[in-house]
Design a protein around this ligand. Structure first.
Ligand code: AMP
Ligand code: GLY
Length: 430
């Protein structure tokens, strides 16, 4: 089989590697990819959102399976376009991708099908939003309806902050049309976890739980990022809670969507807040998480491509996934200054010291490579999140030790990373 992976992050390097290892696969392409994907796939110079060119490439190269990583092509209907031409593609249709594209849609579906989530109200004008805010207790959460590159959610500690957030989104139009409507949502307090499942619209096949670390600084301080690290499984998702999430979140949601004429196929990702032992949905994503994927997929022993094909073919009924029992932990190495402004083009040293290990992996994100006159490969930074260093360990502490000692071998100017990835799992184990 020939497989095309779409995207250029750590998630896509991890997907491309897993896919390349499948016994069903002869060749992997990655569009546009990064320096890491070029080691296990052939990079193709087409942007992840350029659906027309991706489509033409898939037709020309007779691609047997396409796997989009990020949400934008899904939300813009890449699956519908490929399906119309009978090209196999893994992911939800445009209608189903509304679960991520519109927070209003997601919240209304949850309300309709009684999926536990924070109480909320939707507004399309700022004055009535502010009237409502006057009637609520602090803190409150204001969410722009549409895609805002992960920045459209503002947790507000006071009514003044909430009003300012409403103005930013609806009056100053910081996120453009993504902010024509907002969700004003009650604040939930607890511990967050990510649960991803494969679904063919009927059957749910869960992946192991994981936990992201969104803030830039240790102890979950500072501004949110795309994710500074992750580990799997997340001990906070005890078996009892995991079962509740499947039964109270995923099954009613998939069933409800079906009643509304939407057969959801692909990965469905729920960001969950666990409050007093009860799960509440914070958000849905219609794709693999980044960096969760880099902590989850190295634990998967089953053939990823086989599961993806079963998902597309509506054949998940008897599918069981096999997992490596060990913990997997991923630490993101970022360019100093990220998530604000940062420099690119810094040479990365030490990657050659980390090859050929069965339990330590490096997934590239913002990297590029050049070959010097002697034929040696040189790697350079090319983004905010640069590398993901990942290790498997018998305990979370062992995985942490392996990752952090591997990181000591890698360097680039102004390299920054969190030193505490996995700290909640460590506390949980005591
Ligand atoms: P979302 O994109 O909806 O997951 O929101 C991004 C982040 O905002 C989440 O990971 C949470 O940390 C926080 N958040 C979102 N909704 C709530 C809520 N209702 N209560 C508390 N925190 C929230
Ligand atoms: N880790 C958060 C996300 O993928 O959206």
């Amino acid at each position: 089989m020939k497989v095309l992976v779409i995207g250029s992050g750590g998630r896509e390097h991890c997907l491309a590697k897993e896919i390349a290892e499948s016994s069903l696969v002869d060749k992997v392409y990655c569009a546009p990819g990064n320096a890491g994907t070029s080691l296990c796939a052939e990079n193709v110079d087409i942007g992840a959102s350029d659906i027309d060119r991706l489509f033409r490439f898939a037709v020309d190269k007779k691609i047997d399976l396409t796997v989009p990583g990020p949400e934008v092509p899904l939300v813009n209907g890449i699956v519908d376009k490929f399906q119309e031409a009978n090209l196999k593609i893994f992911g939800p249709t445009k209608k189903a991708a509304m679960l991520e594209a519109s927070k209003v849609f997601a919240k209304e579906v949850m309300r309709k099908y009684r999926v536990p989530t924070a109480d909320f109200k939707v507004f399309d004008d700022h004055r009535s939003a502010k009237e409502y805010i006057k009637t609520k207790f602090d803190p409150l959460v204001i969410k722009a309806d549409g895609l805002a590159a992960g920045k459209g959610v503002i947790v507000c500690q006071s009514q003044e902050q909430a009003n300012a957030a409403v103005d930013e989104i609806m009056v100053q139009k910081k996120f453009g049309s993504a902010g024509f409507r907002i969700v004003v949502e009650d604040y939930l307090q607890g511990e967050e976890a990510s649960i991803l499942v494969f679904t063919d619209g009927r059957t749910i096949v869960p992946l192991v739980s994981s936990q992201d670390h969104k803030q830039i600084f240790d102890g979950d301080k500072g501004p949110n990022t795309g994710g500074m690290g992750a580990y799997a499984p997340a001990p906070v998702v005890e078996k009892r809670i995991f079962t509740k999430i499947i039964n109270k979140v995923f099954l009613p949601l998939i069933e409800g969507l079906k009643q509304d004429g939407i057969i959801y196929k692909g990965i469905l990702y729920a960001g969950i807040m666990i409050e007093k032992g009860e799960p509440y949905v914070l958000e849905f994503n219609v794709r693999f998480g980044d960096p969760e994927t880099q902590a989850v997929l190295p634990k998967l022993k089953s053939d990823l491509v086989e599961v993806m094909l079963k998902t597309i073919n509506g054949d998940l009924k008897n599918c069981r996934l096999e997992w490596d029992e060990r913990f997997c932990l991923c630490v993101v190495l970022a360019s100093g200054g990220y998530p604000g402004s940062y420099a690119k083009g810094k040479q990365i040293y030490g990657l050659d010291k980390l090859t050929d290990s069965a339990d330590i992996f490096v997934f590239h994100a913002g990297t590029q490579k050049t070959r010097d006159q002697q034929g040696n490969l040189n790697f350079f930074t090319n983004g905010g999140r640069v590398l993901n260093v990942v290790a498997l360990g018998e305990t979370v502490l062992e995985a942490q030790r392996k990752v952090y000692s591997a990181i000591e071998k890698i360097s680039f100017e102004n390299m920054y990373y969190r030193r505490d990835i996995g700290y909640k799992a460590v506390k949980c184990k005591k």
